[in-house]
Ligand binder design. Sequence first.
Ligand code: TIU
Length: 222
Amino acid sequence: MTPVDAEPYSFDLDPRRAALLIIDMQRDFLEPGGFGEMLGNDVSQLRRAIEPNRRLLEAWRAADLFVIHTREGHRPDLADLPLAKKERGHGAKTIGDRGPLGRILVRGEPGHDIIPELYPRGGEPVIDKPGKGAFFATDLHAILDNRGIRQLVVTGVTTEVCVNTTVREANDRGFDCLVLEDCVASYFPKFQAAGLDMIKAQGGIFGWVGHSTDVMRAIGKR
Ligand code: TIU
C-alpha cells in the first residue's frame, strides 16, 4: 500500500489491485462537431484534461499497471438506444444522425473513437457502454473481478455525468475510487466543482478526490 494525498483523507493505493479507468475521452465529447457540441456545449472546456491524462497514462503504462478505457455509444442499428435518450433535448440533430465526425455517438464512427493523445494500446480493454455508467450493460465488472482489481483511479469526462455515474456504480459494487481532479473535466465549471465535492463529502461517501501528480509519485514516476 502506498499513501496518496487525497480528500477527505489519504488514499492507500495498492497498484497491483488498482486499474486506471479512463472514461469517454472520445472525439465526440472533446472535438467540435460531435455529441458534446450537438448538446450545445463548448468543447474547449474539456480539453484541459488531455495533457494531465496523457502524462498519467504514460506513467501508469511505464509502471506496467492495468488500464481500462471506456467509450459511450450505440450500435449502428441503434437497437440499444432508448427512445428517451434519442429524443431528449429536441435538438436539430440527435444520436445516430450524421455530423462532421460521422454518425453521432455510433460505434465505429470517427467521433466515437478515443482521441489520439490517449489512444488505447493492445492489452488495454476498451469498454463500449450504451449508458452514462460504465457498469450498466457492459462486462466491466467481470473484467475487474478476473484481474483481482479492487481500486479504481478514475479520470475522463464529464465529471458530473459519466464520471459521477460510474463512480456511484463502482461504489455500490464495493470498489474504492480515487477521482483525479486535474484529469476529469466538465463543460460547466460549477458542475466540475460540485461533481468533485459530492464524491468526497460525508467522509468520502462515494470515494476520494486527488491529483495526478500525487498518483505518479506513488507509482514511482514524476
Ligand atoms: N453530456 C455530458 O456532459 N456527458 C455525456 O453525455 N457523457 C459523458 O459524460 N461521457
